[in-house]
Design a protein around this ligand. Sequence first.
Ligand code: NAP
Length: 259
Amino acid sequence: MDLKLEGKRAIVCASSKGLGKACATSLAREGAHVLMNGRTESTLEEAADEVRKTARGQVDAICCDVTTEEGRARLLQAFLHPDILVNNAGGPPAGDFREWSLNEWQAALNANMLTPIELIRASVDGMCERGFGRIVNITSSAVKAPISTLGLSNGARAGLTGFVAGVARQIADKGVTINGILPGAFETDRMRSNIEHVAKKTGTSFEKEYETRKARIPAKRYGDPEEFGELCAFLCSAQAGYITGQNIVIDGGNYPGTL
Ligand code: NAP
């Protein structure tokens, strides 16, 4: 299927590794002009080179912290009129809610709620004027089924999801969609650090915790980031124009609900 992404300008935040990188890879392979981002120059450059190997569109990269005003301004200056915005940032740390002060909450809200809201605010009117826009927020399956050790993530992402539910409908007649993708467990550094945290806390080994979690997933495996990137590219496609305000879980069947 031709997703009709050729020449579309896509900002993919936090994309030097993991799920963001997979989104950048799929979008670039479909012919989009992709702007990648991350805070570590060497990792970002390496990732951009890798993405270029299969890209049909141009791939640029800007090293900055997307959770800062300055970082966001740099991305928006480079891509003044993005057609596609993939919001992403590192997830907040796991832990016990009793240990989190206002500082930790403010950092989580800034990274996983206010940063995407700011980028949506800056880019959505231009998309509406041009009659095409696709915004994808990478959130978490924790939006549907909270994970007790990830309270900061549960809270911040629920806030973003609530905000987007309203805005998506406000602009649905302008050719602009906003959707969330809710990953379950995917093979990335972030997932491994979460497993490490739990293993340490419960006095078990990383390998044991890794296998125990895997066995609980109905698909009996972790997600491959490429599967995530492909879903993102589809949501950004011309064909997905009638999908908006949705929160799509991609988790190997782990979420147990009927709907
Ligand atoms: P990852 O493998 O750790 O990759 C995170 C990427 O984001 C890296 O490229 C990192 O590069 C970049 N990054 C982090 N903070 C940034 C910032 N402030 N500004 C710019 N770039 C930044 O993580 P992932 O697994 O892909 O996770 C992506 C998101 O999905 C996270 O919010 C995570 O909580 C969520 N999630 C993941 C899973 C999973 O199973 N993987 C499940 C549920 C939710 P630098 O560190 O160099 O900046």
